[in-house]
Design a protein around this ligand. Structure first.
Ligand SMILES: Cc1ncc(C[n+]2csc(CCOP(=O)(O)OP(=O)(O)O)c2C)c(N)n1
Ligand code: SF4
Length: 303
């Protein structure tokens, strides 16, 4: 499918919002990841340019990477809920749906089904992004049931191991023993095994990651979205520390993310055979197309 339908004619451009025109001319709309993706982040107009999250917040950093990694930003819809992440997600030039607390996976189920019925010939990607409270505590039943039903969209849990937006209550994802403002005696229970729950409930592609490596993070996001299009539910469990509630100095946020990578957030990538087939097919086609492009460029130079 061509993305040319995103491109306005020269005559029509003056009637469109300037931001939209710039996203087509200098941004990722209608372009490939090679032209405007994580490899050249900072050199094109991004769909997320400003946000009100705390300085140095790893969640805000991940959200920026997420938007730059989308394989199809012009045809993606995000859904979220109360929590820190929505403060940035709602500022992006990608439609964002915000419902009652924790119902993002229920809304996404309806939306992705409706897209498939209304636009059977188009690729429309649906992604939920919510905190650990919204995904694994208050939204738990809706998360689990969307997975059990095999809904074809991607769930991303922004795990800062606390209720950050409401001032530091423990969540099911806080580590055992964590002392927080509103859990002064330390959390009594273990962190929930989110990736194991996802596999058991039927997710076909599951990743746990601390986003220290931008390319690896983007690759996981892209794979999750492409597999969800064709096969079934996919899940990314990402560490997005809260430097405020865990008192991490801003300049040590990345060091902490690297430490967590060796601990609770060691990289894990799981996929079913069907998901693997899709990934191998798509990545194989991309490699071939790149090789052909290189070959054509070489021929041009020679002639
Ligand atoms: C039905 C409902 N209950 C409670 C709240 C209050 N509330 C807002 S954000 C939040 C917790 C956010 O924690 P989390 O989902 O982990 O996201 P974070 O802010 O840590 O990113 C809560 C309980 C709400 N908005 N709606
Ligand atoms: S409270 Fe924590 S998670 Fe929320 S924006 Fe600030 S640092 Fe980020």
């Amino acid at each position: 499918m061509s993305l040319k339908y995103m491109t306005p004619t020269e005559q029509f451009k003056k009637y469109l919002p300037k931001d939209y025109v710039e996203l087509v001319d200098y941004g990722p709309f209608g372009k490939s990841q090679d032209e405007a993706g994580v490899n050249n982040i900072g050199q094109f107009k991004e769909v997320l340019e400003e946000h009100p999250m705390c300085s140095g917040c790893l969640m805000a950093y991940f959200i920026r990477v997420f938007f730059a990694a989308l394989p199809n930003p012009e045809d993606t819809v995000t859904l979220g809920t109360a929590g820190c992440g929505r403060l940035a997600i709602s500022q992006a030039a990608v439609p964002f749906i915000y419902g009652n607390y924790g119902d993002q996976n229920a809304m996404a189920s309806g939306l992705s089904r409706a897209f498939r019925l209304r636009f059977p010939d188009k690729k429309k990607d649906v992604v939920t992004l919510a905190g650990d409270g919204g995904t694994m505590d208050i939204g738990f039943s809706m998360t689990m049931h969307s997975w059990i039903r095999g809904e074809k969209f991607t769930t991303i849990m922004l795990d800062n191991e606390v209720y950050g937006n409401t001032g530091g209550q423990e969540s099911g994802m806080s580590p055992q023993g964590a002392i927080l403002k509103m859990a002064p005696e330390g959390k009594k229970f273990e962190k929930m095994p989110a990736t194991e729950l996802a596999k058991t409930a039927g997710c076909v592609y599951v990743v746990r990651i601390s986003p220290t490596n931008i390319k690896k993070t983007a690759k996981s996001i892209k794979r999750a979205i492409l597999v969800a299009r064709e096969v079934g539910p996919t899940f990314i469990h990402v560490y997005t520390s809260c430097n405020i509630e865990y008192s991490i100095p801003t300049e040590e946020v990345f060091k902490d993310a690297k430490d967590q990578e060796k601990d609770r957030f060691s990289f894990e990538e799981y996929m079913t055979d069907e998901a693997r087939e899709v990934i191998e097919r798509i990545e194989g086609e991309e490699k071939k197309a790149k090789k052909a492009k290189k070959g054509a460029r070489k021929e041009e130079v020679v002639s």
